[in-house]
Design a protein around this ligand. Structure first.
Ligand SMILES: Nc1ncnc2c1ncn2[C@@H]1O[C@H](COP(=O)(O)OP(=O)(O)OP(=O)(O)O)[C@@H](O)[C@H]1O
Length: 172
């Protein structure tokens, strides 16, 4: 079973999947961003955004026939059986990102992307609504989010997409 855990940076993918791993689940968890760095699966450095441009095809061949949980804001770009999209209210997302040291303009850019449902829309377009599981992490602790991800893995949660609406963040 291949579970992609995706979402705008700051929605808590790493934290929630690490909480899951701490429970000793027997599902392998792949932190894709670590794989990209450790196996040089990138094409160039984006100096302006202080990030690496991922080589999607190189990642695809590196992953091969993977199984378990694939965690990254890019995870929905790869074949998966179920796609978990973590969501977070843009204002809280901006605060989380700034609190961890991200530059304010980058935090704001991600908050606007979250308000525009960018990752959710890509996930639904690439996998279909029947494979997408939206989980709102706003004002919830990582353990509760990990519980919801575990429910998706166990097949105990119905697919849901588009129930979260953060567009008011974009209002002047
Ligand atoms: N449920 C939560 N409630 C409050 N803060 C959280 C929660 N989950 C994560 N955080 C905090 O938000 C920040 C971002 O979390 P995390 O790195 O797990 O997000 P991410 O989605 O993996 O981000 P990225 O895609 O950049 O790796 C961290 O400082 C983390 O401590």
């Amino acid at each position: 079973m291949r579970i992609a855990v995706t979402g705008t940076p700051g929605t808590g993918k790493t934290t929630a999947t690490e909480a899951l791993a701490d429970r000793g689940v027997d599902t392998p968890i792949i932190h894709l961003n670590d794989e990209i760095k450790s196996h040089d699966l990138w094409t160039e450095r984006d100096v302006d955004r202080d990030s690496l441009v991922t080589d999607i095809e190189a990642v695809r061949s590196h992953l091969g026939e993977w199984d378990g949980v694939l965690e990254s804001h890019l995870a929905h770009h790869f074949a998966a059986d179920r796609v978990v999209v973590l969501r977070c209210g843009p204002a809280e997302l901006e605060s989380r990102l700034e609190a961890r040291g991200d530059p304010p303009e980058k935090a704001r850019e991600n908050a606007e992307s979250e308000a525009l449902d960018v990752v959710l829309s890509e996930a639904v377009e690439e996998h279909g609504p029947e494979a997408v599981y939206e989980i709102d992490t706003t004002d919830r602790n990582p353990e509760a989010v990990a519980d919801d991800i575990a429910a998706v893995i166990a097949g105990e949660r119905e697919p849901s997409a588009g129930e979260v609406d953060f567009t008011e963040y974009l209002l002047p």
